[in-house]
Design a protein. Sequence first.
Length: 365
Amino acid sequence: MLQRGLTYLNCAAMGPTSRAVLEEVSRWSRELEANPAGEGYGALERGMDDVRVKAARLINASLPEVSLTTSVSHGMNIVAQGIDLQVGQRVLTTNQEHPSGQACWEYFARTRNAVIDVVQVPYDVRHGQEILRLFEAKITPQTRVISVSHVTSPTGIQMPVERIAQLAREHGCLCVVDGAQTVGAQPVDVKRIGCQAYAANGHKWLLGPKGTGFLFISEDARKEIDPQALQDGPNAYTKITGVANIPGMLGLGNAIDQLNSAGQTNIQKRIQELREYAYQELRKVSSVSLISPLAGELASPLLAFRIAGVKDYRSLWGLLSSKYSIVLKLVPQQYFSGALRISPHVYNNEEDIDRLIHAIKSGQG
Ligand SMILES: Cc1ncc(COP(=O)(O)O)c(C=O)c1O
């Protein structure tokens, strides 16, 4: 479905949905519109709960632990509201969170005088153990929540979430994981991670319809995370949720089916190949310095880099789009003074990376 001639290297911002899944969404829409209330409160409503079954299987959760959301941001807000931090309670998070992983806690800092502690994860960190030590140094007896991205947005660091979740358990606090950059790109097993909440979306690596997502809250933690949104249960339609984007949510199920038939590990392998190819090719360009980690425990499909001599990254980013039809991410200023980020998926190939390299080489001059 991507525009002809477009080199789309920005899945980490939004993934393109396949023609097959879009056709399913349109088929669901037609079914719904043929008898809106009959289908929407009937078979299609039950179909959305089947999507919850697929989502739960995908991340190794049980069905009551999974509810549908519109995004990771939505999921993070549901979790934060359900924890309901009180005066003096602390959240431990990092300098590399997406704004939506900050805003959900900032509300409680503003309205309840909760405290947010920020681990400064160096952009050039190279070992998970180093990250863990930074968390250990910042955790306090008042820390109630550790909130962390599974893969960070600005740098694509694969965080050691299993060890962070274990640290949280050792200190009697909750571990909340922002999974915006993982589900669909790599296998995710929430039980193995050992976190109490995990927020995912459908519109990035799952290549699903936009405005779809799901949220895991572990059954064991439901007393401590008790959001208003789940007071009538986790089903797709409750007296609290109201009507969802039914065709979109059903399309999320189709996107999960597509992922399963291609095989999550095959997809991960191909993404890793492309990421590694991009890493090596970018490395050969003398003006480029890579920010994201080398292949290994911290690597993910997100690759951020700087280019020597570039003062105005926004202009370069604009030029790459307007002149070369290459879409990538301009990393927001809050993280770096200037950087670009690519995030290849299986619909890309090595030639896309070659085009980027060519454009960087000629686009600077
Ligand atoms: C780490 C991270 N969290 C959250 C988000 C926001 O995702 P959503 O649009 O599903 O709320 C992003 C999007 O870029 C992200 O990178």
